[in-house]
Design a binder for this molecule. Sequence first.
Ligand code: CAA
Length: 699
Amino acid sequence: MTALVRYSRDGEIAEICLDNPPVNALGVDLRAGILDALEKFTADDGARMAVLYAAGRTFVAGADIREFGKPPKEPFLPDLVNALEALEKPILCVLHGTALGGGLELALGAHYRLGLPGVKVGLPETGLGILPGAGGTQRLPRLAGMEPALDIMTSARQVGAQEALSLGLLDALAEDGSTPLEAGRAMAMRLIAEGAGPRRISDLPAPAITPDKLNEIRAQIRKRFPGQIAQLTAIDAAVEGAALPFHEGMKHERKLFQALMDSPQRAALIHAFFAERKVAQLPELKGITPRSFEKIGVIGGGRMGGGIAVSALLAGLDVTLIERDPGAAEAAREGVAATLAESVKRGKLSDERRAEILAQKFRSATDYAVLAESDVVIEAVFEDMGIKREVFEALDRNCKPGAVLATNTSYLDIPQIAAITTRPADVIGLHFFSPAHVMRLLEIVVPEGAAPEVVATGFALGKRLRKVSVRAGVCDGFIGNRILQVYRAAADHIVLAGASPYEVDRAVVGFGFPMGPYAVQDLAGLDIGFMTRQRKAPNRDPREFVPLWGDVMHARGWHGRKTGQGYYSYGPEHPRGAPSPEVEAIIAAERAERGIQPRSFTPDEIVSRYMAAMVNESARVVGEGIAARPLDVDVTLLHGYGFPRWRGGPMHWADTQGLSEILRQIESFQREDAYFWQPAPLLQELAANGRDFSSLNKG
Ligand code: CAA
């Protein structure tokens, strides 16, 4: 037996402890160790019952995802679970932490299941592009019923302890305060006293589901997960398997599991899983200890500042918010209180906790002197260098030495902001996305000369706020907005050449984005685009195409959803917007003025231009060191810009297409606009050497 599994016996109870940190993932050695322990239990005549539990922070969190895509090694997990279930003597599993995927499937093979308080269980495999492949699609419906089982598998959600108990996934919940072993032994002793024997889920009858209900569920899934195959395949495995004898159902599950394992969607989703963990692993942070922080200052109580304050408060931090005058400070306080009330409504926070936060952890003020004890201060005021100057001079005067001073600017020059202070090494950018308490992306913008422990503190804060933090270098737009500006410009090129904004949006949604670029602009407000164009005008290269139709719409007061008219017309009949013939006329007039004969585009042509522009600018961003690696770009686009997760991010997607092919497309688009479609040097270099972006993610 390997050291990952320990077998021992105390009285009549065999104790099988799994110990494979950090999350007890079911890699080949753990599987072999468990099988060994089961054999020991069978042979141990003194053992009447076994308690299987895990050491560390959690029971098994699933199969070892690092093994995916490699040749599978015996013992296979479904065989292990079957062997567990087939034991002639009873076995009890004790679950704590998060029993997920193969972890829950292992437990479903056991004859009894006990949960520790706070345990969460789930089958998240569909979120990784596969299905529960160790009997989950066959055993869960038998235990919980078909509809709850389909919900758990397709939503990939974590089911809380009480719900798991009421669905029968757990037989009992232990009292607070006992260890998994203590709780397991106590229950095992009770079961032995009752003369309990083995009890197998595979012996239960398979539940049925009506064709109408099934069609309804399939339709909902198609709507909720457009383009994705794993959820629908998991439904097939469960429903088709239920019509077969158990062992035939298991074979069917295996076949469908293998097909998903070989799919590009699985590769993309696993890439996303590891990439969002790797973003925080940077050579520059190795061995660097972040500064400690508990007290956060936020400057500016608008939508962004308020959202940042709420995010910090929800993470248990102490927050002081500074506004210009008492009226604005009070309004900001009310705004934060209202957002926290929404969190109560959504069940994220209890009423008592909200009251406690507002009484003890949060205050708004006007005097910077109250920030004297703050460990991190985040500025989120109007994007104007003059105003930022006043703020950072005040911070420099009032904050203690060692305080991290951060700006949430979206585009102003952070080194210039740092230079306002006498401590530029303590200044970084923390670029949150709106609404800041909801959006998970945080760009940590690192100006040259920032102290490594200041950067490490940014990442530690991001982790505490449960954000996905990505390191970005200094440039206009950092990683995300810089790439966004370019693929939006590509969309404008396509529209100028003849497609309508609605065709572009439809094609982009067809690719998998939740919204197209024009619907997004309507949502954000067309005045933002107008201001960006104005800001960039002085330094713009005369060869750059910038459409005038946006200015015409702005001049008419069409600012998007908030004014009822943008690229789309909004009204009671069209709350999500209807195409606007007037907008099409404005665009047609510009084409005519520029002497452009409109041509038609297929959705594929639209997507290939849109994506080529995105990939090309992403390659520049990596080539210039603005993003540390291609995976940092992928995570930025996945978490801040709605890139479809099942395509892995633009750089992963580009690898699947082949970089030479993307380069070939860009070179062919050059005939239309040689200035816009200049290939990124990194893309050329990788394509010339037959390499891909993922080769730059290693290490
Ligand atoms: N396999 C391999 N490594 C895993 C893993 C897994 N299933 N789950 C987590 N890890 C690793 C992470 O990569 C991370 O490694 P590094 O520290 O080197 O970055 C480490 O464990 C800790 O993970 P987190 O940082 O995510 O820790 P957390 O406490 O925030 O979250 C968790 C813990 C909820 C378990 C989360 O890690 C998670 O959701 N894991 C994936 C669970 C999952 O999807 N399981 C199903 C697997 S597929 C399956 O089981 C197939 C089947 O049907 C047989």
